[in-house]
Ligand binder design. Structure first.
Ligand SMILES: [Zn+2]
Length: 263
């Protein structure tokens, strides 16, 4: 039997357990360093499979590592388990059907990403133990992939210094080896503070924070003409200052996310 067949057998043997993990993470969609239930599920599975566990990796409470094997090269398999805001969705339905209006959901499939990455690590772990091959396999439970850049802090903390190869995947509607690269990115939240006033009764007393946010975005749109091709700037309003148009908004917040090949 070829090694790859043995590893696929290992995958099949653990199949139901890891589908269960994926389903449980789907049912508890959490975002941006708040993935406490999801990481607890991942940690429990690492323990069940006999990995040595590092909690609070890089000082991040929702990051976890699991390692097996004693010596030899380090194979890193990277998983993620964060959800996206506003994508609450009933499982097994191919049309928009939120379980909770405005709630989180796993539209990007990270419930699968984390579970199947750990399944791969488990299958390799079992093979290493059975074959006697000297190597270590390490599962990286990485939170906050959607805008939180947790892996950046994990790299900065040296968690990848001894890694020989790092492998990851992402759920899609087809199976292939992807050669796609992505842009480095950084995010800044800008909050503007103005002065509240009745917009009809005393508009001259108000200073609108919402106006400030809009002016900033207009400026960025003019800046786009002068940016290199590879660079991108995205934005979203985190807080438009309220829903009442007859109140001058005293506070408003926008995200500005900048991405470029040069970092
Ligand atoms: Zn994703």
């Amino acid at each position: 039997m070829q090694n790859s067949d043995i590893i696929w057998d290992n995958v099949d043997r653990h199949r139901e357990a890891f589908i269960g993990l994926s389903d449980r993470v789907f049912d508890t969609p959490e975002t941006l360093y708040g993935e406490f239930r999801s990481v607890a599920e991942h940690r429990a599975m690492l323990a069940e499979q006999g990995f040595r566990i590092t909690d609070d990796a890089a000082g991040i409470p929702t990051a976890v590592l699991g390692e097996a094997g004693d010596e030899g090269p380090v194979i890193a398999i990277l998983g993620e388990f964060d959800a996206l805001p506003g994508l609450s969705q009933a499982p097994g339905v191919a049309e928009h059907q939120p379980l909770e209006h405005g709630g989180n959901g796993h539209g990007c499939g990270h419930n699968l990403l984390g579970s199947a990455a750990m399944l791969a690590a488990t299958a390799v772990k079992d093979w290493l133990a059975a074959s006697g091959v000297k190597a270590r396999v390490r599962y990286y439970g990485c939170p906050a992939e959607e805008g939180g850049a947790a892996k950046t802090f994990m790299v900065r903390d040296g968690l990848f210094d001894d890694v020989d190869v790092a492998i990851s995947w992402h759920p899609a509607t087809y199976t292939s080896v992807s050669r796609a690269t992505s842009l480095a990115n950084t995010r800044i939240d800008f909050t503007f503070h103005g002065k509240a006033a009745h917009a009809a009764g005393a508009p001259e007393l108000g200073r609108s924070a919402l106006d400030a946010v809009e002016l900033m975005n207009v400026g960025i749109n003019y800046m786009r003409e002068h940016m290199p091709d590879e660079a991108r700037v995205h934005y979203a309003y985190l807080d438009a200052g309220g829903a009442a148009p007859n109140v001058v908004q005293h506070k408003a917040t926008t995200i500005c996310a900048r991405a470029s090949m040069s970092g």
